[in-house]
Write a protein that binds this ligand. Structure first.
Ligand SMILES: [Zn+2]
Length: 250
């Protein structure tokens, strides 16, 4: 597996980092994880062709993770895509993603390439491609919002990606430090966690308990992470991601 960090910023728009997004590559398959506001420009800035992306996984519907989804589909059409595209998300979010396209006057039958929507359940094993699997678990990122509108889905996932014998964890956006332990029975080769909704201290505690082989911090605010010691994190074990960082999982 290979991980390419497309954006490593938080929900706050920044001139230094695009919103959080990454590509998980396994074999010849490239899965884009999240497509927030400005995702098309973020991909362009890294010379990643839109049509090299085989699938898009949306972790949750906050705009820094999904706001650029419709615009990216348009860019794929404008770049004469012919290959099918698969959209993965929790099954309760698929209707909203479809509406996002149709309310943006993006009609899938006019795109010139097939778009397939695959809704998954939490805790099920999801086959992304021949070489890539993942399991999603519900985290508490949107729990506080659940009281506002009971008609909405508040699905927000953390993910474990598996290819051959390698395991990559991706936190998505979190709600509490307990969310870091959703896959505690698995030892991750790379543990990628956001660093805005959980403290650096709780990430350190997790790393001592779960002992992943490598920890990468993303979803980072411009002003830095409170409590972080840049000297201690300047090593191969705990990495502060930057846009464009590529990590091979060997
Ligand atoms: Zn976010």
């Amino acid at each position: 597996m290979k991980i390419t960090f497309i954006g490593t910023g938080s929900g706050k728009t920044s001139l230094n980092r695009f919103h959080s997004s990454l590509i998980i590559s396994a074999g010849s398959y490239d899965l884009l994880v999240d497509a927030g506001d400005s995702i098309s420009r973020a991909l362009l800035s890294q010379n990643i062709p839109y049509n090299s992306i085989n699938g898009i996984l949306i972790t949750h519907l906050h705009p820094d993770h999904s706001g650029g989804f419709a615009a990216l589909i348009v860019q794929m059409k404008m770049n004469n895509r012919k290959e099918p595209l698969v959209i993965f998300s929790h099954h309760t979010l698929i209707g909203t993603l479809k509406n996002f396209l149709s309310f943006s006057y993006i009609f899938t039958e006019r795109m010139g390439f097939p778009i397939h929507f695959t809704g998954f359940n939490f805790d099920d094993e999801i086959q992304i491609s021949r070489e890539l699997y993942c399991i999603a678990k519900k985290n508490s990122h949107l729990q506080e919002d659940e009281r506002y509108d009971p008609s909405l889905s508040y699905a927000s996932g953390s993910f474990l990606f598996k290819s051959l014998d390698k395991i990559v964890y991706y936190s998505g956006d979190l709600g509490s430090p307990e969310d870091l332990y959703l896959f505690k029975e698995h030892k991750a080769d790379v543990f990628i966690t956001e660093a805005v909704h959980v403290s650096y201290d709780s990430i350190l505690k997790m790393s001592l308990k779960l002992k992943p082989a490598k920890v990468i911090l993303t979803h980072l605010p411009d002003e830095g992470i409170p409590g972080i010691n840049p000297k201690r994190t300047k090593n191969d074990y705990m990495i502060i991601a930057e846009d464009g960082l590529v990590v091979s999982v060997k």
